[in-house]
Design a protein around this ligand. Structure first.
Ligand code: GSY
Length: 171
């Protein structure tokens, strides 16, 4: 690095990804493969939908990144992945081909109308906490996991074209 170039700060970030429309695993795999800086991918979970109208079961996972991107840049990335999966926002909290939530970005905090980090509902959602605990058990106590909402069942590793490091701790 030249003396004048700024130092690139890499942060440990976590994204929560879900799908409950179409070929759900393919949607997740394509989304993960489009990300850069992937350090680890949690196992895949089948999860009961939380909130919204009656809708099909989700597949959910959490991805850990090492990234220079800011929370807002990660939000833009999330929207790009959702658009690439053909997501249309017809119904709030309705079924979706791909949903990407920015959960944590290092120790950064954001409190804007369109972006709150850490994600404001992550600590009560078992579909987030179970896969997050697989990747970062120090962030999720057993008590928090037990008191979180929604049924989840672990399905095993996500099948991807480009395999990264997987964590296999199951809940
Ligand atoms: O914010 C994520 C979208 N979402 C999900 C989800 O991904 N999984 C489950 N199980 N329920 C959900 N409700 C919403 S909204």
């Amino acid at each position: 690095m030249s003396p004048s170039s700024p130092r690139r700060v890499l942060r440990r970030a976590f994204l929560g990804i879900g799908s409950n429309v179409g070929d759900r695993e393919r949607m997740l795999a394509d989304g993960v493969d489009r990300l850069t800086g992937v350090v680890a991918v949690s196992p895949l979970y089948e999860t009961d939908p939380l909130g919204g109208p009656p809708q099909p079961q989700f597949l959910n996972l959490v991805v850990e990144l090492s990234t220079p991107l800011t929370p807002r840049q990660l939000l833009a990335t999330a929207h790009r992945l959702e658009a690439a999966a053909g997501r249309t926002r017809t119904q709030r909290w309705g079924p979706r081909t791909l949903d990407v939530d920015v959960l944590l970005v290092g120790g950064l905090r954001v409190d804007d109308p369109d972006l709150v980090v850490p994600h404001p509902r992550m600590w009560e959602r078992r579909f987030v906490l179970a896969p997050l605990a697989d990747l970062a058990p120090e962030l999720v106590s057993e008590q928090l996991l037990d008191s979180s909402e929604g049924r989840v069942s672990v399905m095993g590793p996500l099948q991807r074209a480009h395999q990264g490091r997987h964590s296999n701790r199951s809940w």
